[in-house]
Design a protein around this ligand. Structure first.
Ligand code: NAD
Length: 504
């Protein structure tokens, strides 16, 4: 079984998974996988060639006819088995996430738990695939709609949720009767291999779930492959846009979820301690490498000074350490390059006119790719720290006088993933929900990731395509409807009629 390497001296080879078994890559290209807490290489992952991607797609194509023909009750039974196995292996998956992504173990367990909710949702697939039926739509004629799978579908996923985001895709895709090719992030690929092993152990037939590792070569091969019917993507906005444009140009259905810059508005009547706890948790959890992280705090009216002080007090208590240490609360960033890029926003903030209240560069372990939590005050919309998705433990505070100014800031953002308001005023909260241009809204909830029976997705440049991911919209995305018009007339009543059929 895919396991965490405790002695990084041993660099493990990570292969593809095609046709129900590991598949050693022969492209001669590979990527480096690190343990970010130690800054050491632990793995070398094969990068797929166009031919290897084709082998995965052909394997999925060959598996499709019998997989889609499996009865709904058998598919549901299999999903219960999948759920049980993933439940049994929560800790194994979480340890892999911590080892390659760096997030602390408790957070990794949370990632697996949220992914499991999607598998749990898919156990109800017989109900979810129910069509509709209209008896006697016309005299002696019944009309009904059925949902059918698309065929081979592909998923391309980011580094920050190496288990959960693939689950958002493969679970509903398979439950709907599709076969699947996953191209996970090359930075932390091992969770997808354990996923493949567990699915095989659960009894998912060979070829139904495949994994190809790699970079743009593998992604482009999937986007252009004539036998791939649909592509789900989660990652940064520029790549999401590219994936959406390329996939749709090649005739595929596509949902491409992009980056974010999530604002949390704090109104003057909010409980300051509660808002500060929420801001620290949502900004620095997973070292800020979450698409739903709060990265901008919008302090309205007189609340700003007290709020900044309350956050400043809390930051030194956040324990930054190797995620495998039992009391660690925040781990390292994914790579040295990313850590340095994130730190550059703290470095450049004073030059742009912002104030560095807490400098995370001063409080982090020496080895590995660590950066402590940083807090910037007086951040203005024209500054890079405001505009860019930093994707690290840097929280910016911007000060405004009114609710109207705050909502304008959120609505003018090119992103529209998540947002939150902290207030005790139900009327204002309801107005916020009505006014705000974002796909996921929290009222006194800083990270409003929807439960599995709703769907996840942002607005504006946080999502390209018209279907959100998982939940009911996930079922819509991975199926197409067919409408059947049917009659069983007495042959004696049959006659030729060249007029356009009308309902009566
Ligand atoms: P990324 O866009 O760099 O990579 C995502 C995937 O695209 C990876 O599998 C990668 O191999 C592939 N890729 C990278 N460059 C490519 C290229 N030029 N051509 C084709 N494919 C390419 O994203 P990341 O750094 O892995 O993840 C972080 C980003 O993902 C952040 O922007 C974050 O907000 C976003 N994200 C969004 C959501 C969401 O639900 N909206 C969820 C998680 C992460």
């Amino acid at each position: 079984m895919t396991e965490v390497i405790d002695a990084p001296a041993a660099v493990r080879s990570i292969h593809h998974w095609i046709g129900g078994r590991p598949y050693e890559g022969a492209s001669g290209r590979s990527g480096t996988v690190f343990n970010p807490a130690r800054g050491l290489q632990t793995g070398a992952v094969d990068f797929a060639s166009v031919e290897e991607v084709d082998a995965a797609v052909q394997s999925a194509k060959a598996a499709f006819p019998s997989w889609r023909a499996l009865s709904l009750s058998r598919r549901a039974e299999l999903f219960f088995r999948i759920h049980r196995l993933f439940d049994d292996h929560r800790a194994d998956l979480a340890r892999l996430l911590t080892a390659e992504h760096g997030k602390v173990l408790s957070d990794a367990m949370g990632e697996v738990a949220r992914g499991l909710e999607v598998i749990e949702f898919c156990c109800g697939i017989p109900t979810l695939l129910k069509g509709s039926f209209s008896e006697q739509a016309s005299g002696g004629i019944d009309v009904y709609s059925i949902r059918q799978p698309l065929g081979v579908v592909a998923g391309i996923t980011p580094f920050n949720f190496p288990a959960m985001v693939p689950m958002w895709m493969w679970a509903p895709a398979l439950a709907c009767g599709n076969t699947f090719v996953l191209k996970p992030s090359e930075k932390d690929p091992s969770a997808s291999m354990l996923t493949a092993e567990l699915l095989a152990e659960a009894g998912v037939p060979e070829g139904v779930f495949n994994v190809v590792h790699g970079d743009k070569v593998a992604v482009d091969a999937l986007l252009e492959h004539p036998d791939v019917a649909a592509v789900s993507f989660v990652g940064s906005t520029p790549i999401a846009r590219y994936v959406y444009e390329t996939a749709t140009k090649h005739g595929k259905r596509c949902q491409a979820l992009g980056g974010a810059k999530n604002h949390m508005i704090v109104l003057p009547d909010a409980d300051v301690d509660m808002a500060a706890d929420a801001a620290v948790s949502a900004a620095y959890g997973s070292a800020g490498e979450r698409c739903m992280a709060v990265s901008m705090l919008v302090a309205v009216g007189g609340v700003a000074d007290e709020l900044v002080e309350a956050i400043k007090e809390r930051i030194p208590k956040v324990r930054v350490a190797d995620g495998l240490e039992p009391d660690a609360e925040m781990g390292p960033l994914i790579t040295r390059e990313h850590r340095d890029r994130v730190a550059s926003y703290v470095e450049n903030a004073p030059g742009e006119g912002a104030r560095v209240v807490v400098d995370g560069r001063e409080s982090c372990p020496d080895e590995g790719f660590f950066l402590g939590p940083s807090l910037l005050d007086d951040v203005k919309p024209e500054m890079a720290a405001y505009r860019d998705e930093i994707f690290g433990p840097v929280l910016g505070v911007t000060r405004v006088d009114t609710y109207e100014e705050a909502i304008r800031l959120v609505n003018e953002s090119p992103y529209g993933n998540g947002t939150a308001i902290f207030t005790r005023d139900g009327g204002v909260a309801r107005q916020f929900q009505f006014d705000v241009q974002a796909g996921m809204v929290g009222v006194n909830v800083p990270i409003p990731v929807p439960v599995a029976y709703y769907s996840f997705g942002g607005w504006k440049q946080s999502l390209f395509g018209d279907r959100h991911i998982y939940g009911p919209e996930g079922i819509d995305f991975y199926t197409r409807t067919k409408v059947v018009t049917s009659r069983w007339p007495d042959p004696a009543t049959s006659k030729v009629d060249l007029g356009f059929p009308q309902t009566r």
